[in-house]
Design a binder for this molecule. Sequence first.
Ligand code: MG
Length: 394
Amino acid sequence: MTSLPVTVATSQSLLAPYAVRDSNSHGRAHREPPPTYRSEFQRDRDRIIHCGAFRRLEYKTQVFVNHEGDLFRTRLTHSIEVAQIARAIARTLALNEDLTEAIALAHDLGHTPFGHAGQDALNACMKDHGGFEHNLQSLRVVDELEERYADFTGLNLMFETREGILKHCAPAKAAELGELGRRFLDKRQPSLEAQLTNLADEIAYNSHDVDDGLRSGLISLEQLREIELFAEHHEAVARSSPELPARRVIHEVVRRMIGQQVGDLVETSIARLRAAAPADLEAVRAHGEALIAYSDSMRERNLELKRFLRTNLYRHYRVHRMSGKARQVIESLFEAFFGDPRLLPDKAQEQVRLLAETQGEAGRARAVADYIAGMTDRYAITEYERVYNPRELT
Ligand code: MG
């Protein structure tokens, strides 16, 4: 048994000098004894996997609403893909793989039902009460909303995990967040692990949205052949395997797209790290810009693909129709619950009482937003039916 803690120490000693490790971390808000056979960041990862908000990701929209098909990505499979890409990059760069995995698995915990349409609708409902932003909500989930431990509310995660979850933040909000918000005010960088997980998120969704977009028929091969990042690989695969069935061609192209973006990110970041030679984590934070980055040409290709997806997939009329319905569900639920909190289940009513006691009307609105944000797509639709359909008696 005594050899186990040594294994943890050894794996951390293989990390680059500027990597996050247990020993240079800002630690947890509530002090806890260190874990005996895991690193602190493994413990964070494990806490995230066991929390309720993580399980609900299975039934939340990425682009396609959950019931539209069993083959499309959900927030859960998206988060796992981000973790896979982030871990591969972290290991190559001798950075803290456990931390990147924890950030990746937690980064979308605060997402509302129905993807971005849901978040925009809830933000509009909350405009007089402090707004709603999914990134901040992910932090709120791990800091305050999960109730699983005897000694503290939330998951009491390490500072660097929380820092990675909070990808961006408006200055006014940052000022309310204390130490965690400081970097947005002082224009400092987050850890390299946070930087790379952020880009792994982008690699994951750009690639899988191409795959899901084609599968759904909302975008076509002909359109994508105009996009450099896709076209180059598509031509190469068509040339080398002309007999391959169409679906397999697409899988092979998407696989190569991910590989190329990861390769570019790794190569460029190694060059930047060599040039800047940060001595430690503090030097990474103080550096004028992010050290994890694509090459200029890859950034351009990425932007082209992003623009394409925005115009042709995210704004496709069929996605837009669903977004319209999502807005209606979210707005109606908010209106009903905010207007009359007695319509809420007991536990949510209790939350409304608690937050209204300390923060008045804004607190009441926040508790309603927390309840709605926590819903899965199908639960939101069921609640909508229960509240508004007179034939639904429960
Ligand atoms: Mg994401």
